[in-house]
Design a protein around this ligand. Structure first.
Ligand SMILES: C[C@H](O)[C@H](O)[C@H]1CNC2=NC(N)=NC(=O)C2=N1
Length: 95
């Protein structure tokens, strides 16, 4: 999959709320009520990631979740990262 240019990434970012292009990746963070809520959402995201065969780099501390998406094989951000980011938004906003 082709690595997107910075211009392409910034244009596509306009359709995503709360995500930035930082350190060669799409990044966001969420704060949930508690650990159980965070881990519930992480489980749903994990199933979606498996279905897409594309996986987040993430860090969870209690109710905080930081997510970084990049395509390791391509060395940057591709359409795959935007597809997963949109799915994550759908999962989190369905709560
Ligand atoms: C074979 C398998 O599809 C690849 O190893 C996938 C798995 N998940 C992945 N996830 C991410 N974020 N980047 C990848 O390059 C990647 N590669």
């Amino acid at each position: 999959m082709k690595k997107l240019s910075e211009k392409e990434i910034n244009e596509k970012l306009e359709s995503l709320e709360g995500w930035s292009y930082t350190d060669n990746a799409l990044q966001t963070s969420f704060e949930f009520e508690n650990f159980k809520e965070a881990f519930t959402l992480m489980t749903r995201i994990a199933f979606e990631a498996e279905a897409q065969q594309h996986h987040p780099d993430w860090n969870n501390v209690y109710n905080q979740l930081e997510i970084s998406l990049s395509t390791h094989d391509a060395g940057g951000v591709t359409e795959k990262d935007f597809k997963l980011a949109k799915a994550i938004e759908g999962i989190v906003n369905a709560e």
